[in-house]
Design a protein around this ligand. Structure first.
Ligand code: 5GP
Length: 191
């Protein structure tokens, strides 16, 4: 998506450890007009999928997911991160190791809000090694819900998550795929 790529180039800051900071429009301050454009693109690409639930993970996915849900005319649910183990039988849970913070979280979603009737589109801000998406897909499986696919704003194509997820047969739509980034600039995969 050209407008997202342009925004990444003009406002993104490349940090050590393969981290891209996009705090001015996505991870701290948010730009809902850009989120709306992103949501319309996912709606166009998943128009035939019968999506009736958006699933994301707190915190940065929530802003995007809520606009995506409005575009699909459904509700968005976010998986909650908890540091203490919570074996509550009312919840599905899995573990996710955060790429940026290096911590492992228990991630849970209420059985009330993810069920076998749901046709789920998973939405997240970044895809790096794929741990967050794997965890969210595990929650979908535990619920017996149907996975329609995954929508990612920014995939770092030089990390392994996208390749693994595509090879597993999951429909993955990343709106910007970064091939490489360093002090000389940010380069995108042609799509
Ligand atoms: P993964 O689980 O695929 O390794 O990493 C994805 C998660 O880590 C995303 O939910 C996102 O919050 C965070 N993340 C990974 N890489 C970056 C990055 O370069 N910048 C930012 N802001 N977040 C990232």
């Amino acid at each position: 998506m050209k407008s997202l790529e342009d925004r990444i180039v003009s406002e993104g800051i490349v940090k050590d450890g393969d981290i891209l900071k996009v705090d001015s429009f996505l991870n701290h301050q948010m730009d809902p007009a850009l989120f709306r454009e992103m949501a319309r693109e996912w709606k166009r690409q998943f128009a035939d999928a019968g999506v009736n639930k958006i699933l994301t993970i707190e915190a940065s996915g929530i802003g995007i997911a809520s606009i995506v849900a409005e575009e699909f005319g459904c509700r968005a649910v976010f998986a909650k991160k908890m540091l203490a183990k919570n074996m509550d039988s009312d919840r599905y849970s899995t573990q996710i190791t955060s790429f940026t913070k290096g911590k492992t979280y228990d991630v849970t979603v209420s059985k009330r809000y993810l069920t076998a009737e749901d046709r789920v589109l998973i939405i997240d801000d970044f895809l790096a090694n794929g741990c967050a998406l794997e965890g969210l897909m595990s929650l979908v499986r535990q619920a017996g819900a149907t996975l329609c696919g995954c929508g990612i704003a920014i995939e770092k194509g030089f990390q392994d998550g996208g390749r693994k997820i595509r090879e597993s047969g999951v429909r993955l739509v990343s709106l910007a795929i970064i091939e490489s980034m360093d002090e000389t600039g940010i380069r995108f995969r042609e799509q």
